[in-house]
Each structure stands twice: as C-alpha cells, then as structure tokens.
Design a protein around this ligand. Sequence first.
Ligand SMILES: NC(=O)C1=CN([C@@H]2O[C@H](COP(=O)(O)OP(=O)(O)OC[C@H]3O[C@@H](n4cnc5c(N)ncnc54)[C@H](O)[C@@H]3O)[C@@H](O)[C@H]2O)[C@@H](O)CC1
Ligand SMILES: Nc1ncnc2c1ncn2[C@@H]1O[C@H](COP(=O)(O)OP(=O)(O)O)[C@@H](O)[C@H]1O
Ligand SMILES: [K+]
Length: 502
Amino acid sequence: MKLFTCKQIAGIDQLTMKLEPVLSIDLMERASFQIADWVIKNINHDWQIYLFAGPGNNGGDALAVARMLAWSNLKCTVYRIDFGRELKGDPVINWQRLEEQNQVILRKIDSEDSIPEIPVDAIVIDGLFGSGLNKPLDGLAKEIVKQINRSGATIISIDIPSGLFGEDNSKNDLSAIIKADHTLTFQFPKLSFLFPENCEFVGDWTVLPIGLHPNAIEQTETPYHFLTKKFISGKIKPREKFSHKGTFGHALLIAGSYGKMGASVLASQACLRSGVGLLTSHVPQSGYEIIQNSVPEAMTSIDPSETVFSEVPDISRYSAIGIGPGLDKKQETQQALKALLQAKPSKLVIDADALNILSENQDWYDLLPENAILTPHPKEFERLAGASFNSFERLQKQLQFSAKYKVIVVCKGAHSCITLPDGKVFFNSTGNPGMATGGSGDVLTGIILGLLAQNYSAEDATLIGVYLHGMAGDLAATEIGEYSLIAGDLISHLGKAFLQLE
Ligand SMILES: NC(=O)C1=CN([C@@H]2O[C@H](COP(=O)(O)OP(=O)(O)OC[C@H]3O[C@@H](n4cnc5c(N)ncnc54)[C@H](O)[C@@H]3O)[C@@H](O)[C@H]2O)[C@@H](O)CC1
Ligand SMILES: Nc1ncnc2c1ncn2[C@@H]1O[C@H](COP(=O)(O)OP(=O)(O)O)[C@@H](O)[C@H]1O
Ligand SMILES: [K+]
C-alpha cells in the first residue's frame, strides 16, 4: 500500500472529486459516515459525547458526525472553536444541517472561559484540526487541547490527532497535541503514526476507507509504502516439482561465540525453516557440539579459534552469507569481518555485532558490497550513522545511508522501516510487542539469509523476511500470548506464516 504526505492526500481528494466525480460536501459526508459508524459500534451509548470542531474540513467532519450520531440518539454536544472569522465552505453547510436537525446542543468556544469541563466518563471526538495544520497550535486552540488531554475522557481523533503533523514533528510543540485513545484515519495511515514517539498522541489507529479514486492513488508518486499481505504473497515463489536441495541455495551463517551460541542456533534454525536448500553454520570450536546437537540439519564450518570468529572460510561455495548474531567484537573477529567484506560476497546480510564492529570502523563502510542488507535496531543504527532527534530525522539519515553506500537498511522496531538505495521506503505492518525479547533479531537474520540463498533478490528477501518474521510473531501470540513469547516460537510458527502467504 502506498503512503502519502498530507499534502499529497489533499491532492488525491481533489482528483477523486474530479474523476469520480463527487462533490466535496458528499465526500465529507462519506468520510463522516465511516467515523460515525465506527463510533456507534465501539462506544457505550450512555456516555455523553463532546465533539470539538475546528475551522476547517476536519471540523466539518465533526459537525457531520454529530448529526449522524444524533440519528442514533446518542447524546451529543458540539463545541465549535470560534476565532472570530466566518466559517467557509463545507463546514458552513454542515453547521446549517445541524441547526436544522436541532437534536444536538451547539456551543461556541471564543475564549478560555468558554472551554468546557469534560467529565472522565465522556467521549471526546476531536475534529479540531486535521491534515491542514500549518503551524504548531498556540493560543486558544492549545488551551482547548490541554483541557481535553487533562480530562481523562476517552478521546477519538478524526483523521489525525489535532496538533500532530502527518510527517515531521521535530519542531512541533508537544504540549499542544491531542493524546488520542483512538485515531480514525481516512484511507491511509499518516507517516507520523508509524514513529514510536507519536504513539502517545495517536493511540490505536484504524484506517477507514472513504473510496478515494484508484486512478488518483495510482497517479500519485511516493517513495513510502506499507507492507501488505497481498503484496508479499505475490513475491513468494512456488517450489517446483523436480526441484532438489541444490535448487534452493547454500547459505553460510557466521554467528555465535563462546557464551553466545544461542544466537547461532536460533539464526540457523530460522534459516532452515525459511526453505533454504543447505546451511553451513560457521562456529568457533567451543560451539561445535552445541550446533551439531541443536541443529542437526545444518553442516558446520569450524573456526580455528576456540571462542570466536577469527578466519573467513572459503566463501566461493555459498549462495549467500549472513554474519553478526552473537559474534562479539574481539580484535580477531574485527579483522575477519574486514577480510569478509574485502572478499566482496555478492549476497550478504549483516546484523548485531557485525554492525557494531562496522560502526567502530567507519572507514570500512566503503567495503560494503552493493545491496548488502543491514538489520540494525535503532541503537545499532545510531552507532552506525549518529544520533537523531526523532524518528523522522532518523529516517532521513537512513535514506542517506542507503543511497550513499548502496545498501538496504532495516531499522527494526514495531513498524520496522526498510530503505532501499533508490530511495524507496517500506514500513512493516506485522509483529507485536511479544517479539521484544532476546533472540528475535537473530531469527530475522536467519530468515533473510535463507531467502537470499534461494535467489530472491536482496530487496525481496528483505521485504518478505521482515513481513514473515512479524507474521510468525502474530501467529505465535494468538496461541500463547505476548508475555510468554520467545524467539524460538517465531521459528516454530514460520511454517504457518508461509502457509498464510500461499
Ligand atoms: N479534502 C477533502 O475532500 C476531505 C477532507 N477531509 C477532512 O479534511 C481535513 C483537512 O481539512 P482542511 O484542509 O480544511 O484542514 P483542517 O481542518 O486541518 O484545518 C485547516 C484550517 O485550520 C487553520 N489552521 C491550520 N493550522 C492552524 C494553527 N496552527 N492554528 C490555528 N489555525 C490553523 C487553517 O487556516 C484552516 O482554516 C482532513 O484532515 C479530513 O478530516 C474529509 O472530510 C475527507 C474529505
Ligand atoms: N513492539 C514490537 N512490535 C513488533 N515487532 C517488534 C517489537 N519489538 C521488537 N520487535 C521485533 O523483534 C526484533 C528484535 O530484534 P533485535 O532488537 O535485534 O533483538 P535481539 O538482538 O534480541 O535479537 C525486530 O525484528 C523487531 O522488529
Ligand atoms: K483531528
């Protein structure tokens, strides 16, 4: 699914009106109906509803929603912010329709004194400002936001929490943004919803389709995408009847050190469960029995060192290489990593300590082979590319890094963010907080490695791997819940995740 900036969404709205064609007031009616329908189905009908309407179309939506809720006999009061300027366009029509309906109490807020007290057991519907916000809220608007946030009431924001920008909030006033429990957003999630620091404003979010025109969406170019099941399913290759283990590649995994062999075991198992033909796990001598016992399907390559990775084996036999989980950062490991990079493997996934070593030797970045896949969590990314003030800024750094070194970067998190050298960005839609547990990342490395070895392109191996990993986590969580989920459960649910994609 494509994701757009607020400005682009306004353009798609306009194009929809022209192409469908539909009048703006009717599009607003359609959008508002979706909101009202969700509210009617999801809230306690005994509760008082306080609707706050701003001066633009977001306010227009709120006015239409109030009228629709009154049809179902919900108890609504509308508070319209009055900046002393006349309402224009569709909000005027919706105001008149409310007056004619005469079932909703109508109030205006023109000073701080007229901001209502809101009881805890009320529902607030926030239609103050939407995607047309052009500067941080201040004055009366900010005071209303603060009063709503203080109330403890359940807050439902229309389209976007008022005060939040759809993309960059680096310069925003964070005390002037609605903290919604639910955000009901039209057609597309806004980019800012995918950044962890905005969770306190956005709450749970739901996308409500409002029938924006497919051609308008198609015509509008964007680098941003949200991974969907349909998109990923289309990339999975069936296994041919006469295929054999040679068809599915031979992966080399360089992982584990004394005391951290679990990383190698988890990544090896995940790699095998991802459909690879053959796997060789390169381990230090002390890891030999562990890997043989825990992953009998894997072959082994034994390092001369008793405890760490210190020497690159002959890599010519392997179709893809994964390196990093549990490696440690000893001097000999650092030199061996450098030697591996100098050998220019054509398909490479780099994780964990291999990334940490890289970030301590930044002059090696130029050695990164084209289309290498780097899978840092945000802290590892910070070590690689420097600190960022927020996720939006981090995304810009990530895009620069991908473009400069021609590599794919996966910044892992609740919505893992994938950047490609050509500037495309993909946010993951699968996964859950149960996956915030040691070893989850090692499993991801194994999955991506397995797919790479099977000759998926670096881009596809990354997109499929990230999506599948989260999906395995979601399947595991439905069975055992998020609390007890451990990395091994991701591996045992990979098969079911593949089945869902077929
Ligand atoms: N365009 C369309 O056809 C549709 C738009 N929809 C709604 O329309 C919204 C966008 O509407 P608008 O573009 O009118 O924008 P908004 O409703 O977000 O508000 C824009 C108004 O607020 C003022 N404003 C902006 N920032 C301000 C600030 N910091 N302090 C005080 N005033 C400020 C602007 O001058 C303008 O009058 C969407 O979020 C969505 O809720 C929906 O009705 C669906 C269809
Ligand atoms: N709250 C969350 N929601 C979805 N996925 C998550 C969440 N927390 C962690 N994950 C996923 O779990 C993995 C954790 O990786 P990482 O931080 O490298 O862990 P480790 O180093 O312990 O293996 C990532 O793929 C990340 O996307
Ligand atoms: K809003």
